[in-house]
Design a protein around this ligand. Structure first.
Ligand code: 4AD
Ligand code: MG
Length: 432
């Protein structure tokens, strides 16, 4: 008798199979016990009919506790009511390990703090399972996109000697007696990588000691960062929109069921097709002034509220480009048409989600980059290696970073990023 997974049941209709998993839910009606069993690939209803099993088995089935591990033998048939689903006519059911105490997460409503404290268990629930599966599909699509375009994967280090995105949110640690920082971004390393391999990307965890509690900030998040030699801002925007539409398309294609579990209205996601609307920062300020933010003025940075206003004016992601240099990191190239502006871009997701991609064209002039490092009061010695990329055959180049968690929140339609990563790290949370 073959051991099968729930997701494979459709291929075994009429056969007797063995299934191993955990009891998700149980209800009874006289001669029938309905056991919902989950095995990681899905949840299946196992019907225990009094006439089909021994009296001992029938009684025992009514006492299996939630999340006990079980082995069920039964024949596979189409679900009585739900088309496309299958159920098991149980012949035997055996408890492998009963729970030693009551499972803390029941059908009743729990507070988020409680669920987060029990994150290691909460991951077993239907919604969390669906979210992690969407996250996996998005990550696979990210890799497939760049691999398919012959980008070379260049892994960036986690311990770094220098800041990339400003010094205000660095996690500092001790590296054999010297200060070191957990990486905020692999970008600087990707720029060196672009000179070695042309088109590169890194994908890994990045860290920001964000002091603010918001629905879009994590202390540890995953970022994919492509960097391309001889690419300008225009090309960068094109790459970002091709990339994002491909990733969203793949999630829609491969995770329909999960998005259904999450009750996601996917009609907005279906519209994520290039070209995306593009507006300048100045136009974005204008748009804010006309839509409830009369106080908005050039020089303001956008917070969550402003991004929500801007992004909700569009039915697909919008690219905002050319912010004032003063708002941006040291490495951006200045717009040759107006050197107060950076050749940068942010992609804001619709439905109020806001920035999910940040990037742009890098300063490739050695002298200007040295001046920018000094202007930002960054320690020059720590950046000498980075300046070498300009000393030895400088070249125009551009890239961006996409935050996985914000992307998952948007695709899944979640109000907060905390559920988009298996074990979130936030201002007040380091456990479990
Ligand atoms: O805009 P950011 O800070 O850009 C960079 O780090 C560049 N060095 C990337 C590059 O050009 N290679 O971050 C990029 C993206 C944001 O758009 C957002 O999606 C995500 O990373 N992000 C965060 N996600 C969750 N929590 C945080 N604290 C985040 N900070 C940034
Ligand atoms: Mg940004």
């Amino acid at each position: 008798m073959s051991v099968v997974r729930v997701e494979e049941l459709a291929r075994h209709v009429g056969e007797t199979v063995t299934l191993r998993g955990w009891l998700y839910n149980r209800r009874s009606s006289g001669k029938l016990h309905f056991l919902e069993v989950r095995d990681g690939s899905g949840i299946v209803q196992c019907v225990v009919f009094k006439g089909n099993v021994t009296p001992e088995t029938f009684t025992a089935a009514n006492h299996i506790t939630q999340e006990s591990s079980v082995e069920v033998v039964g024949s596979v048939k189409e679900h009585g009511k739900i088309k496309g689903q299958h159920e098991l006519d149980v012949k035997e059911v055996r408890v492998l390990a009963a729970t030693t105490q009551e499972y803390p997460i029941g059908p009743k409503e729990h507070g988020t703090d409680f669920l987060m404290d029990n994150r290691h268990l909460w991951l077993r629930s239907r919604r969390q399972h669906a979210i992690v599966r969407v996250r996996h599909a998005i990550i696979k699509a990210v890799r497939d996109f760049f691999d398919g375009r012959d980008f070379t994967l260049v892994d960036a280090p986690i311990f770094t000697p220098n800041a990339c995105e400003g010094t205000s949110n660095l996690f500092q640690t001790d590296y054999h007696g010297d200060p070191a920082y957990l990486t905020q971004s692999g970008q600087l390393y990707m720029e060196a990588g672009a000179a070695a391999f042309g088109s590169v990307y890194c994908f890994g965890p990045t860290f920001r000691a964000e002091k603010s509690k918001t629905r879009r900030h994590l202390a540890e998040f995953w970022m994919v960062e492509p960097e391309v030699a001889f690419l300008d801002l225009e090309g960068d925007m094109k790459l970002a929109e091709d990339f994002l539409s491909c990733v969203v398309g793949r999630a829609l294609e491969t995770r329909r069921e999960e998005l259904k579990v999450l009750e996601r209205d996917t009609s907005m996601l279906e519209k994520v097709i290039p070209p995306f609307p593009r507006i300048t920062y100045a136009e974005a300020i204008d748009l804010l002034q006309k839509n409830g933010h009369p106080e908005a003025k050039v020089g303001d940075d956008f917070g969550g509220d402003e991004e929500t206003v801007i992004s909700s004016r569009f039915d697909r992601p919008v690219i905002v480009h050319r912010y004032p240099m003063g708002l941006k990191a040291f490495y951006f190239k200045r717009d040759p048409g107006d050197d107060r502006l950076a050749l940068n871009m942010d992609v804001l997701a619709p439905e109020g989600y806001g920035e999910i991609i940040g990037g742009g064209q890098r300063e490739d002039d050695l002298g200007k980059l040295e001046a920018a490092i000094d202007h930002h009061k960054l320690p020059r010695p720590a950046f000498e290696w980075y300046l070498d990329v300009r000393r030895y055959g400088s070249f125009p180049h551009a890239g961006f970073g996409l935050g996985i968690e914000r992307t998952v929140a948007w695709v899944c339609g979640l109000p907060h990023v905390r559920e988009t990563i298996p074990f979130p790290r936030m201002l007040n949370r380091l456990a479990p």
